[in-house]
Design a protein around this ligand. Structure first.
Ligand code: TA6
Length: 275
């Protein structure tokens, strides 16, 4: 899927679970659990790859700004930068570590010194991604961040997300208003773009007779997004119809940005398990 001239790494656990990661964006583009042949991450056939492109699918890393909530470009620069692979698939089966430090390009967008690290682990039915950010400069900085996974689903508008009952959410499709989730089940029936505040650490996507359990640590928010036909037809990196095949359930820190003093480190994890 990743054009062969672009750098990537494949990790395979002893039990056969595997994942492919593009070094552009430290972007996990495929995840195949043990005993399966199916990529559980959606990637659009219309996506671009390569330096500077934001891959439409897989697991984009959002850093140091979520969405357009700030002065930077949408979702920050981490997904547009080439990361460095620092682990070896030969010595760490099922595991990869990538890193990104500040550069002239990142400084032009965000004037801070940092070291970001992504750890990816596959084993059995589970994929775990962990983002660690260290302030390597001499001044405190703030950031927001997310894992923005596109899950492959069989019929998006018949799926549901369980676990959000009682949460307050921001609804971007209703003028950014704040609402409360009343139901135990969020039925996906069309386009949706919501930030759930203080979301529980465990949510479940129910897709017909399949489930995907999504757990988070270090992230306060959960974001649920499906572009609907409005979103896929207005973007050149989607194919119309993609809206039926994907659902994003994201782990994010948005409402209360992370504040990092010099030398301090923050870490956030998202873990996905098929059932
Ligand atoms: O996480 C949801 C969201 O912020 C939506 O508002 C939507 O715009 C989406 O991300 C995709 O953003 P992108 O910049 O990748 O088109």
């Amino acid at each position: 899927m990743i054009p062969p001239h672009l750098p990537s790494t494949e990790i395979t656990a002893p039990d056969g679970a595997r994942a492919t990661i593009a070094l552009d964006g430290a972007h996990v583009v495929s995840w195949t659990p043990a005993g399966s042949q199916e990529n559980r991450l959606f990637v659009s056939a219309a996506t671009e790859f390569g330096p500077g492109a934001a891959i439409r699918g897989g697991i984009p890393i959002v850093f140091p700004q979520f969405g357009a909530f700030g002065p930077l470009r949408q979702h920050g620069f981490a997904r547009r930068c080439r990361w460095e692979l620092v682990s070896s698939p030969a010595t760490s089966p099922g595991h990869a570590t990538l890193r990104l430090a500040e550069s002239n390009a990142t400084r032009a967008e965000w004037p801070h010194s940092f070291l970001a690290r992504l750890d990816v682990d596959v084993q059995a039915q589970t994929l775990t991604v962990q983002l660690t950010v260290e302030n390597t400069g001499s001044e405190t900085f703030e950031f927001t961040a997310a894992f923005h996974p596109y899950f492959a689903v069989s019929r998006a508008f018949a799926t549901r997300v369980d676990g959000l009952e009682g949460c307050q959410y921001r609804d971007s499709l209703r003028n950014g208003g704040t609402f409360e989730e009343i139901d135990a089940t969020l039925a996906i029936t069309g386009p949706l773009d919501r930030i759930y505040y203080k979301a529980p650490n465990r949510l479940v996507i129910v897709d017909g007779d399949r489930t995907l359990t999504i757990e988070k640590e270090g992230f306060s928010e959960a974001v649920v997004w499906n572009p609907g036909i409005e979103g896929t037809s207005s973007r050149t990196d989607f194919v119309v119809g993609d809206e039926h095949a994907m659902l994003c359930v994201e782990a994010a820190v948005i409402q209360q940005p992370v504040r990092l003093a010099p030398g301090a480190t923050w870490s956030g994890t998202q873990r996905m398990t098929t059932g």
